[in-house]
Design a binder for this molecule. Sequence first.
Ligand code: NAD
Length: 425
Amino acid sequence: MAVQKRTSKNVLLDTALKNFYAAAEEMGLDDGLVEVMSRSERAICVSIPVPMDDGSVKVFEGYRVQHSTVLGPAKGGLRFHPEVNLEECEALASLMTWKCSLAGIPYGGGKGGIAVEPLELSPRERETMTRTFAARIAPVIGDWTDVPAPDVNTGGPEMVWIMDTISKLRGKLEPGVVTGKPISVWGSKGRNAATGLGVATCILELLKVLNEPVKGATVIVQGFGNVGTFCAKYMTDAGAKVVGISDITGGYYCADGIDIAAAMKHVAAHPKRILEGYTQPGLQKMDGEAILQQEALVLSPCALEGAINAKNADGIKAKYIVEGANGPITPEADVILDKKGILVVPDFLANSGGVIGSYFEWVQDLAGFFWTEEEYNNRLVPIMKDNFARVWDYAQKNNKKMRRAAFLVAIKRVADALQMKGFFL
Ligand code: NAD
């Protein structure tokens, strides 16, 4: 019997399903496995009543989806955004399954969130909403079942409230129930820089396999937030020349290389944490689009999804693109870049330092024993190198683009485990 292919009106879920079916067909995956892997194991919707400061009561909708726990506890973020819905969570949960599988860590994929505009809540309303949400998803989350993390509009404070709520409900400390906690509350040293360090490691591995010298290699980094700054810093530390950076305030270009330490200092001192006003000898200010079109060996988009699209892809001059952000290249742009011969290292390989870092936090929480930042980085870098090599080798041997190779490697690991375990419960 042929596979009953699912479709969805939600674009994100529909795209995730189409990509999965195409890859499954390409690898000749068994129909039964395709049926199972194209569905989520569990999805729950909860209502979250919150007494508001003005005396009224508002009820928010919350979700948690576990796409797969075949490789281990579900892992994935919680986002607070007005457009959060069940289908979006399902799509993002499945992407987490593939990301964790590719990263080689013992996790499945999950995602969740609340449909809310968090800026409209007072601090007390935000905390009450988060704690009530935690209590209502408590039956399905836990250190060995499902481990949420921060995502859009959530961070350290939300993770602490969730950990504390679950701990109180269970009458014992539960530090491993969420990751992304501040260092003082069972968080981990090194996590802050982990994603950027992972992106930089992928760039360095790429240059190595292509016999491109690192010293003086020119790099442009789009986005100077958490991922972009540390990517730029580690590339500079390795001897490359970061000639361009950008953030919401525009692009900053210097043919002799940007002083990344000075730019980081400037951002840290700026009340809005932005590059506005940054200057150094020889620096040219340009708009955010123009910086993407400058000459460089490597371009690393570390800002937003869709940054490289059908409108600007043709003007890209970099030889290689390493995706730090999630989904920075649209499918149309991917085709254009491919025709131009630009090699792309995909997001779910290049930015997996973040989820590997979350795994390290969980490991430390379960052991109650904490590592130094040096130990953390010394464990992260070899894992990133191994993962890069696995995808690179597969792509070379099978004549695939790296994005498709990464997807096939990730799906195969889940399929193999599922086949060995069977479908019981
Ligand atoms: P962030 O908010 O810390 O930084 C985002 C940066 O992008 C800021 O400097 C912002 O000014 C800049 N930016 C926004 N719009 C821009 C534009 N139009 N042009 C140029 N710059 C622009 O976010 P982050 O944590 O660094 O995340 C960046 C991306 O990486 C997102 O896609 C995120 O999903 C992804 N990601 C982050 C992590 C992590 O651990 N932080 C892990 C995996 C993936």
